[in-house]
Design a protein around this ligand. Structure first.
Ligand code: ADP
Length: 189
C-alpha cells in the first residue's frame, strides 16, 4: 500500500509540480498546489489574487495567514478526505505547524514528506528554460535568485522539521522525469 497523504518539498524548479501531477493520476488523490491556486486567483482577479500578486511578482512569500487560510479551505474539501499531494505548501515553519494542527483536527495526519534534492545551478538552468516555454512572470533571473534565497532561508528548515518527526524521505531530483518518479514510488511503497 502506498501512502496517500503526502507532501512534496523542494526548491523552485526541483520538479514538484511535474511529479505531483503524475502522483495525482497514480494515486487518485488531488494535487494541492498553493502556487497554482494563487496563479488562478490572480487570473480571476479575486481578493486573494490581488493580495498575492505583488509578492509573487517579487519572488517573495505570500503572508502566512493568507496561505494558511487558502490551503486549509482546500484541505477541508471532500475530495481531500481520501488523501492529497501537497506541492508548494507548507513553505515556512508557521505553515507547517498550522498544517499539523489542521490535519490532526481532521484525524488525517501527514504520512510522508518527499524532499526533492537538486543543486542551485541545475535549478536556475531549469527555471530559465521554463521561462522560455511557459512565460511565467516570476521566472526571470533576478526573481529566480530571490526565490532561491527565500527557499534557503524560509523553507529549507522544514527538512529538519520533518526529519525530526520521522517523516522525511530525500530523493535525488536529478535525472529524467520517469527516473525520478520511480525513486518516489520506491519511498512511498
Ligand atoms: P515555485 O516552486 O517554482 O517557486 P510555486 O508555483 O510553488 O512556484 O509558487 C509561486 C509563488 O507563489 C511563490 O514564489 C510565492 O510567492 C507564492 N506561494 C506559493 N505557495 C506559497 C506558500 N506556501 N507560501 C507563501 N507563498 C507561496
Amino acid at each position: 500500500m502506498s501512502a496517500t497523504r503526502l507532501l512534496l518539498l523542494g526548491p523552485p524548479g526541483a520538479g514538484k509540480g511535474t511529479q505531483a501531477a503524475r502522483l495525482m493520476d497514480a494515486l487518485g488523490v488531488p494535487q494541492i498546489s498553493t502556487g497554482d491556486m494563487f496563479r488562478a486567483a490572480v487570473a480571476d482577479g479575486t481578493e486573494v489574487g490581488q493580495l498575492a500578486k505583488g509578492y509573487m511578482d517579487r519572488g517573495e512569500l505570500v503572508p502566512d495567514e493568507v496561505v494558511i487560510r487558502v490551503a486549509a479551505e482546500r484541505l477541508r474539501k471532500d475530495d481531500a478526505a481520501k488523501g492529497f499531494i501537497l506541492d508548494g505548501f507548507p513553505r515556512t515553519t508557521a505553515q507547517a505547524e498550522a498544517l499539523d494542527s489542521l490535519l490532526s483536527e481532521l484525524g488525517r495526519p501527514l504520512e510522508i514528506c518527499v524532499a526533492l534534492v537538486c543543486s542551485d545551478d541545475e535549478l536556475v538552468r531549469r527555471l530559465l528554460k521554463r521561462a522560455g516555454i511557459e512565460g511565467r512572470a516570476d521566472d526571470n533571473e533576478d526573481i529566480i535568485r530571490n526565490r532561491m534565497r527565500v527557499y534557503h532561508a524560509e523553507t529549507a528548515p522544514l527538512l529538519d522539521y520533518y526529519r525530526t518527526r520521522g517523516l522525511l524521505a530525500e530523493v535525488d531530483g536529478l535525472g529524467g522525469i520517469e527516473e525520478i518518479a520511480g525513486r518516489i514510488a520506491e519511498v512511498l511503497a
